[in-house]
Design a protein around this ligand. Structure first.
Ligand code: AMP
Ligand code: MG
Length: 393
């Protein structure tokens, strides 16, 4: 059986970033920049006031001395005014600083009498002035190729006057669930039947990580029906088929992949839950066979499908790992098995507590979990130990 790292390395080598495209900023959130971007506009764009108040010459503002107000500089136009010692200019936040001024005193620190102001505080040169380029200089790199575009990134791009950005493509995905025992939510259960929940889970996960879901369908455990669903699904960048990848007589996915001419690159990975995981390919389509037990489907999605989606979308290597954070164990934990175990837990005030049953069918515990903790084979962890958990949100 191969390790998680070997499986992931193979998957990431097999999927290549999709072609890039220009999109309006409003459509670029959570996508990945296709190229490095450099500032064309310095920030601040010009020297300006950080406060509503008066622009003055700091060296002429000794205590008790009045300054003569010679005009007003609003935001939004530059009146190209100039002041000298003993003079002040009424100014507003974001307004261009007049020539000659070297500080702004805020209006709360000023008493005005007609055209005179009296300053009740000590004024230092440079105070309440935002200098051109002090935040960002022209030519400075503002975004790297492969970096995720966040709301704050979008604001920065807008500040550069950009209305569009070139981003990596969007991975189109098809999801196929399999199993004779499954009934779509909304239907009624017969004896021996359960509701189908994996396609809901997987669609949400795909969309959460930026893939579009082009098709969701269900197939019975019947070779021809699985093959027909596979043929339709292979039109996409990613095909996820869930259930039927194990070793039972009704586990028909592997032979069906073979029958439709897809290659199986790897099958069975040393991970718990999720051992029967399968990865294959047909042309440009990356095929993921996930075990049907919901927790197994969830864990193998996060470990293997999510990074592939991100890679297809042009994510850089830094963007691929799930966020990790330190937690303190609230109880002893051990993994007597020979596969790494991804334990589901809740995290309250930095303390990790196992939540729910830890078998692969236990969906309720999974639904309450906030973090996954990887416990290595043979590892024993004591209550109170600090460990690194994988964040689910
Ligand atoms: P399988 O991987 O097909 O052997 O399925 C393993 C377990 O997961 C069985 O108990 C199935 O009933 C259950 N299962 C498989 N697919 C789904 C699904 N789409 N939704 C809910 N449970 C499923
Ligand atoms: Mg099945």
């Amino acid at each position: 059986m191969i390790t998680e790292d070997e499986a992931l390395a193979h998957i990431l080598e097999s999927v290549k970033p999709l072609g890039s495209r220009r999109v309006p900023l409003a459509q670029a959130r959570e996508r990945f920049s296709a190229r490095d971007i450099f500032a064309g506009v310095a920030l601040p764009v010009f020297d300006n006031s950080a406060m509503d108040g008066y622009a003055i010459v700091a060296s002429s503002c000794e205590a008790g001395k009045s300054q003569r107000v010679i005009g007003e500089q609003p935001a939004g136009l530059d009146r190209r005014l100039r002041i000298g010692p003993g003079e002040a200019l009424r100014i507003f936040t974001g307004a261009p600083l007049p020539a000659g001024a070297d500080a702004v005193v805020m209006q709360e620190d000023v008493r005005r009498e007609g055209a005179e102001i009296f300053i009740n505080t000590k004024v230092e040169p440079g105070e309440f002035i935002r200098r051109r380029g002090s935040d960002l200089s022209e030519g400075q790199k503002i975004l790297g190729a492969g970096e995720r575009i966040r709301p704050q990134t979008l604001a920065l791009l807008a500040s550069q006057g950009l209305a569009e950005i070139e981003v990596g493509g969007e991975a189109r995905t098809a999801i196929i669930s399999t199993g004779d025992e499954l009934v779509a939510p909304g239907g009624s259960l017969g004896p021996g039947q359960i509701y189908e929940s994996n396609s809901t889970l997987l669609q949400a996960l795909c969309e959460k990580w930026g893939a579009s879901v082009a098709a969701v369908e269900h197939s019975d455990d019947e070779a021809q029906s699985i093959e027909a669903a596979l043929r339709r699904g292979l039109e996409n960048d990613i095909l996820i088929i869930v259930g039927g990848v194990s070793v039972g007589a009704r586990d028909l996915v592997k032979p069906a992949l073979n029958a439709v001419g897809a290659q199986t690159d790897l099958w069975r990975v040393s991970v718990k839950p999720g051992k029967p995981f399968l990865f294959g390919r047909a042309g440009k389509c990356a095929i993921f066979g996930l075990p049907g037990n919901p927790v197994s489907a969830f864990v193998t999605f996060l470990l293997f499908v999510r990074p592939a989606i991100l890679r297809l979308m042009g994510a850089g290597a830094d963007e691929l790992p799930l966020r990790k954070y330190d937690v303190q164990l609230a109880e002893d934990l051990q993994n007597p098995g020979d596969r790494p175990h991804y334990v589901r837990g809740r995290v309250v005030q930095g303390k990790f507590t196992v939540v729910g049953r830890q078998e692969s069918h236990a969906l309720y515990g999974l639904s309450r979990a906030k973090a996954l903790l990887r416990v290595a084979p043979g590892e024993t962890l004591s209550s109170g130990a600090t460990v690194s958990a994988l964040a689910l949100d």
